[in-house]
Design a protein around this ligand. Structure first.
Ligand code: KIV
Ligand code: ZN
Length: 522
């Protein structure tokens, strides 16, 4: 039996709303960020990195409001190593019951070369900025970015300076996902032994997944003495992403026998937050993703199904209910009412306001008319974000497509654009191409299609298709999603949804996220 003590507690620092949101195309709306922060707070995440307040007015407002609404979690904001960033960060987080400033600078030779600071100049900058942060806030985290490629002696030196200047948490980022588990454990262990004052602070680990080792590296760092893991829901994050929150939480829970550490995260809330982050970010979770993938608890082969029926432990090392998956309950049908829909939505992690329920109920009835049984996954697809017809400037009124072997596909499309009804007919290389051309005829734009992805939500030829479309225009990226039993209509709606999001971003030019230059320390 494993006994756990306070020294074995691992703090979970979630950076979905900062590092996760930095991932190209994962931009979330203000409301989505508030909702996700509330879910993280509620599930027992210790620290929420809510954003990068200097990055934009929008980031600042989100961090501030998350701070104001926080209940149990510490609310943290990111700041580069300059007074202006740090002041702006504190302005936003100070509204939290427990605020934290997280300031960082790239310490490896490659990163030092960019602001062109000598070792001594950078050491002085670290001393001054951490001191400044600590004068504002009692809770200060400092990170030497690219720590795993920083020279050992210099890393020890700058960590000591940060601790002396008042940092309370020292985070060791593997910024480029270069390290391996054995090194990760060893590095933390050696730092704790070598740096004066190290036993007075908490060491954190922040791993990227470029070589697919982020979770293993984070767990190894804990074995080496780290007591804070930085992670994101679904492993969202720059490039290949960060350590996945659900993976470390469940690994520590399931393998307490060899990793006698614990977190205070309520694992039964994992599925609902995973779904919410996926819908908000527009990043679908891969089917075979550990813990939260659609197939993570599915058993297809005869041998496996037979074993599962006799004893679930034959092929399951954790129960679906441990991560908040209910044994699939009865599907809803066309006779189900609003109360049943609201209750089911809640079960699936969507707390619907009355106006949202009304909108989804209409779409649910429409779907139930076309599809005999509406399964959980169908409903999740229906509740995907971004369908907000009242505020959308572009709306699809009707679409008719003809295609076959006799010639190009033809799409006849009617739309309402800023209140004006318009129609277009276009030919194309297949029905989706013809439809997208018709949309472009009615709403000329220079957005570039970066991603077009179709998934079937449930089985059968009447399954809904969920379509994700990512567009890029003048550096702005927007993802649109839609679901329908008609794949071409779902594609059209997802495309128009992404265009609507780009229009919102264009309208708010003043609020657009500035291009963040991590190395610009001015
Ligand atoms: O990956 C990284 O180094 C970061 C820092 C800002 C902590 O995200
Ligand atoms: Zn990072």
């Amino acid at each position: 039996m494993t006994t756990t003590q306070d020294k074995d507690r691992v703090l979970i620092f979630d950076t979905t709303l900062r590092d996760g949101e930095q991932s190209p195309g994962a931009t979330m709306t203000h409301e989505e960020k508030l909702e996700i922060a509330e879910m993280l707070d509620d599930m027992g995440v210790d620290i929420i990195e809510a954003g990068f307040p200097i990055a934009s007015e929008g980031d600042f407002k989100a961090v501030k409001e998350i701070a104001q609404r926080s209940k149990k979690s510490v609310i943290c904001g990111l700041a580069r190593a300059n007074f202006k960033d740090i002041d702006r960060c504190f302005e936003a987080v100070k509204h939290a019951a427990q605020p934290r400033i997280h300031t960082f600078i790239g310490t490896s030779p490659l990163h030092r070369a960019i602001p062109n600071l000598t070792r001594d100049e950078m050491a002085e900058r670290i001393h001054d900025t951490v001191t400044h942060a600590r004068n504002l806030c009692d809770n200060v985290q400092w990170s030497p970015m690219d720590a795993t490629r920083t020279e050992w002696d210099y890393l020890c030196r700058v960590i000591e300076i940060a601790i002396k200047a008042g940092a309370t948490t020292i985070n060791i980022p593997d910024t480029v996902g270069y390290t391996a588990p054995v090194e990760s454990a060893d590095l933390i262990k050696r730092l704790i032994a070598a740096v004066p004052g190290a036993d007075e602070v908490i060491f954190a680990t922040h791993c990227h997944n470029d070589l697919g080792m982020a979770t293993a590296n984070a767990l190894a760092a804990v074995a080496g003495g780290a007591r804070q893991i930085e992670c994101t829901v679904n492993g969202l994050g720059e490039r290949a992403g960060n350590t996945a929150l659900e993976e470390v939480v469940m690994a520590l829970k399931v393998r307490g026998d060899i990793m006698p550490y614990y977190t205070q995260v309520d694992s039964t809330k994992i599925m609902s937050v995973s779904r919410r982050v996926s819908t908000a970010s527009g990043f679908a979770v891969q089917f075979n993703k550990a813990i939260v993938g659609k197939n993570a608890f599915a058993h297809e082969s005869g041998i496996h199904q037979d074993g599962m029926l006799k004893n679930a432990e034959t092929f399951e090392i954790m129960r679906p209910s441990d991560v908040g998956l209910q044994a699939s309950s009865l599907p809803l049908g066309k006779h189900s009412g609003r109360a049943a829909l609201r209750a089911k939505a809640k079960d699936l992690g969507f707390d619907l306001a009355d106006n949202q329920l009304n909108d989804i109920f209409v779409r649910f009835k429409d779907l139930a008319d076309r599809k005999k049984e509406v399964y959980d996954d169908d409903l999740i697809a229906l509740m995907r974000v971004g369908e907000n017809p009242e505020n959308d400037r572009l709306k699809i009124l009707s679409l008719r497509v003809a295609c076959g072997t006799g010639g190009p596909a033809e799409a006849v499309l009617s739309m309402e654009i800023d209140g004006v009804k318009l129609s277009a007919t276009q030919n194309g290389d297949g029905p989706v191409d013809a439809t997208f051309k018709a949309v472009r005829e009615l709403h000329p734009n220079k957005a570039r299609l970066q991603l077009y992805q179709v998934n079937a939500v449930t089985e059968g030829t009447d399954a809904q298709a969920t379509v994700s479309v990512r567009l890029e225009e003048d550096g702005n990226i927007a993802t649109g999603q839609s679901a329908d039993t008609d794949t071409v209509l779902a594609s059209a709606k997802a495309y128009v949804n992404a265009l609507n999001r780009l229009l919102v971003r264009r309208d708010k030019t003043g609020e657009d996220r500035k291009e963040i230059n991590y190395r610009d320390m001015s």
